[in-house]
Design a protein around this ligand. Structure first.
Ligand SMILES: C[C@H](O)[C@H](O)[C@H]1CNC2=NC(N)=NC(=O)C2=N1
Length: 76
């Protein structure tokens, strides 16, 4: 589940392998473009970590972050 970390929404995802992790990232990327809201994220092999905050609002969590987090969860 998403948790609040340093004024950001954070969630870690684990997949079977890199292929599945990257397929997920591709879907998130398209979603982010559609919503005009983009993740700070890391990927190492089968793990993806996502941090969401709104830079435009001074690096805090806003409704845009909540909306993207909810949309990302629906991809799973
Ligand atoms: C101009 C454009 O809408 C903004 O720069 C958007 C783009 N994507 C963004 N993504 C995130 N995570 N935070 C923002 O503040 C943000 N701003």
């Amino acid at each position: 589940m998403w948790e609040e970390k340093n004024k950001q929404l954070y969630r870690a995802f684990e997949f079977k392998n890199f292929r599945d992790a990257f397929a997920f990232m591709t879907k998130v990327a398209l979603l982010a473009e559609k919503m005009d809201h983009h993740p700070y994220w890391t990927n190492v092999y089968n793990k993806v970590e996502i941090y969401l905050s709104t830079h435009d609002a001074g690096n805090v969590i806003t409704a845009k972050d909540e909306a993207l987090a909810t949309a990302i969860d629906k991809l799973l």
